[in-house]
Design a protein around this ligand. Structure first.
Ligand code: ZN
Length: 457
């Protein structure tokens, strides 16, 4: 139930002109209430004015939007474009106001990006968009003479691509004193060159980074990953996602015998030094011939690892024995996802029996068994061939796998095969840029092809 105080705040913000004129007469401890009411009713002018007058030392968005005794509703899943832009503009106004201000920390982290916006405008400003707006404001303020005695620390989850790279770099690396100092607990990178990634990571402060996602169109190979981990260093990292082919050898590297890959060994050692790492996602990597190193890597991270994703890693029936050895010390593991690997029903049975031994495991995502596809199906599969399998056979095998869990009294483990994944707000937001990137790659390939044809003539 809403408190009387909150209902009064709603009444006030419903008259934007009146609210703005009277902000100076409102007690400091009521500002959080007025802020939440203005966000709820999407009164952007009031939201902006509240921020520009903010009288407290800290502004933490997620805490302000969360449930409280005055208003039990949780608004943290409202990444409302109108309101978030108003917040950031309000922060800029705050900086530009004359006189001393108390605000020292503005924290924009903790907003959930969901598929459907519940706010009146229905438009979302996702992580990429928030990064861009904030970076633009930082750059604009850098162009003004800086009168602030102390910079305001602005916490945000950065999402950097080619499309906002220059702006983000400028925001992170002001040439002179700047009123806003961007702090970044998590960083997602897509459509960047390895050099750009290293540059932005260096500026974002890797020593404080807790979550790093390098995805899709960042063409890393194992040499880059080794450089990243060994030279940059991430002592606070809890979650690491690496992109397609991140464990592939550099193009100029001579092949090495199984288990004797110095780069992978170095990566395994660096990962073992990350005492806080709980999530590791290595999707779409061809790990053939490197499974042993991967397992060494696992055994070193085993004490802390909670989430492990090994999707489309070409793990075959021959690797299952070693996988079981590698997973058995992972006593903290809660989620294990290994979609897209060419495993048979009997290999899955063996794997499931071993997974029952992991006391904290609650969630398994397993691939459609190889037996359900026509013989000779190639991996990795495209979207078309993924869906062309024998459903009846799959249902039977899945039932058998659940029976393995039941016999071990592990009803607490959920096992499923989500074929096309769940809603990914970050991909949704940058799909245009991703598309352009892929088209460009396609165009280059065609050009190379026609050049080769010309040369043949
Ligand atoms: Zn909205």
């Amino acid at each position: 139930m809403r408190s009387l105080r909150f209902i009064s705040a709603e009444a006030l913000v419903s008259h934007p002109q009146l609210a703005q004129e009277n902000l100076d007469h409102i007690a400091y401890n009521l500002y959080p209430l007025v802020f939440k009411a203005s966000y709820l009713l999407e009164q952007a002018e009031v939201t902006r004015a509240v921020l520009s007058h903010w009288p407290l030392e800290e502004f933490r968005l997620a805490a302000l939007l969360g449930p409280n005794t005055d208003h039990p509703e949780d608004l943290r899943d409202r990444a409302c474009k109108t309101c978030l832009e108003a917040c950031m503009q309000g922060l800029a106004d705050h900086v530009l106001q004359r006189g001393s201000h108390r605000l020292r920390v503005a924290d924009f982290t903790g907003i959930q990006d969901v598929q459907v916006q519940q706010c009146p405008c229905g438009r979302a400003l996702g992580r990429w968009g928030r990064t861009k707006v904030l970076a633009r404001i930082c750059c604009q303020l850098q162009a003004q003479p800086c009168t602030a005695r102390h910079p305001i620390e602005v916490f945000t989850d950065l999402f950097v691509t080619e499309g906002n790279f220059d702006m983000v770099v400028q925001a992170l690396k002001p040439t002179g004193p700047a009123p806003l100092q961007v702090c970044c607990p998590s960083l997602r990178a897509d459509s960047l060159s390895p050099g750009q990634l290293l540059q932005v990571l260096g500026l974002a402060g890797p020593s404080k980074l807790r979550k790093l996602e390098v995805v899709h169109n960042v063409r890393l190979h194992v040499g880059h990953v080794q450089q990243l981990l060994a030279q940059v260093g991430f002592p606070q990292l809890t979650s690491l996602t690496l992109p397609t082919k991140a464990f592939d050898a550099p193009p100029t590297c001579a092949p090495t015998p199984e288990g004797e890959d110095p780069l992978l060994n170095s990566i395994a050692w660096e990962l073992s030094q990350m005492k806080k790492l709980t999530e590791l996602s290595v999707a779409f990597s061809t790990l053939t011939g490197k499974i042993q190193t991967l397992l060494r890597l696992l055994s070193q991270a085993a004490q802390t690892l909670r989430v492990l994703t090994l999707e489309e890693c070409n793990i075959t029936d021959n690797h299952v024995g070693m996988m079981i050895l590698g997973l058995s010390p992972c006593s903290q593991l809660q989620e294990f996802k290994f979609l897209g690997n060419p495993l048979s029903a009997s290999a899955l049975q063996r794997l499931f029996a071993a997974l029952c031994e992991l006391p904290r495991l609650r969630h398994i995502e397993f691939p459609v068994p190889k037996d359900c596809y026509p013989e000779g199906t190639a991996y990795p599969q495209d979207e078309m061939s993924v869906s062309k399998f024998d459903q009846q056979k799959y249902d039977m095998i899945a039932e058998d796998l659940r029976a393995v869990l039941l016999r071990a009294s592990r009803e607490d483990i959920q096992a499923s095969t989500p074929l096309f994944g769940s809603f990914d707000p970050d991909i949704h937001e940058t799909s245009n840029e991703l598309g352009t990137f892929l088209l460009q790659a396609f165009k280059t390939a065609l050009e190379n092809f026609s050049r080769a044809l010309e040369e043949m003539e």
